[in-house]
Ligand binder design. Structure first.
Ligand SMILES: CC(C)(COP(=O)(O)OP(=O)(O)OC[C@H]1O[C@@H](n2cnc3c(N)ncnc32)[C@H](O)[C@@H]1OP(=O)(O)O)[C@@H](O)C(=O)NCCC(=O)NCCS
Length: 179
């Protein structure tokens, strides 16, 4: 597993291809491929295809300990998202969903990123950053200038490193919950 870490630390791959066409005109972006064992090519790629296997997504969310949500509602949320980005690890023609993020948007000014997750076995190797970089790149290409998200307290630094600021000009996020 250390290979991936070195790869992402030492190359541009974590930022994805520089050509914007790569993310707007095709459905997937190859981040890295390498020979794991003799003759066994493995690769990691981001797919923007919204045909998500909801059970694979549930498994991924379980792996990071998120509270389960009704799968029917998850489907509605995905169907109404502006963008979904899935990260796959592929080996021997088998794919594993190892990362995910989705975006809602008014398609003009604002977008909000939700459900950012990397499988624990693949964390700490630059993949979360790569997934976020591609998502932001896509939104900027769509001319959306305000990108927001809700950060759990333990990941604030992760988002800060990506350029997100908390409470810009003192603006506070506010929530309303049913009593
Ligand atoms: C948060 C998460 C998506 C990060 O993904 P990742 O692939 O592990 O992150 P990366 O390896 O791309 O890290 C990129 C940088 O952020 C830092 N970073 C990663 N997770 C961090 C955290 N929790 N707190 C602070 N910094 C963090 C890394 O050290 C790295 O810094 P560097 O570039 O200086 O080396 C992943 O840990 C995760 O899925 N966590 C569980 C789900 C979750 O909490 N999601 C966020 C909900 S708001």
């Amino acid at each position: 597993m250390a290979f991936w870490k070195n790869f992402f630390k030492n190359t541009q791959a974590a930022n994805g291809p520089n050509n914007l066409a790569s993310i707007t005109s095709i459905n997937s972006v190859l981040l890295v491929e390498h020979l794991e064992n003799k003759d066994q090519l493995a690769n990691i790629y981001i797919s923007l295809n919204d045909k998500i296997d909801l059970y694979d997504l549930e498994k991924l969310c379980d792996a990071v300990g998120w509270v389960r949500r009704p799968i029917k509602k998850v489907k509605v949320a995905i169907d109404h998202s502006f963008l979904t980005a899935s990260l796959f690890y592929e080996k021997n023609q088998q794919q594993q969903l190892i990362g995910f993020a989705r975006v809602t948007s008014d398609c003009a000014f604002n977008a909000t990123i939700w459900d950012v997750v990397i499988h624990p076995n693949f964390q700490g190797q630059g993949l979360g950053k790569a997934l976020m970089d591609q998502t932001i790149r896509y939104l900027r290409h769509a001319d959306i200038s305000t990108i927001t998200l809700f950060a759990d307290p333990n990941v604030v630094t992760f988002y800060r490193n990506l350029g997100f600021v908390a409470d810009p000009d003192g603006v506070k996020g506010m929530f309303w919950y049913p009593l």
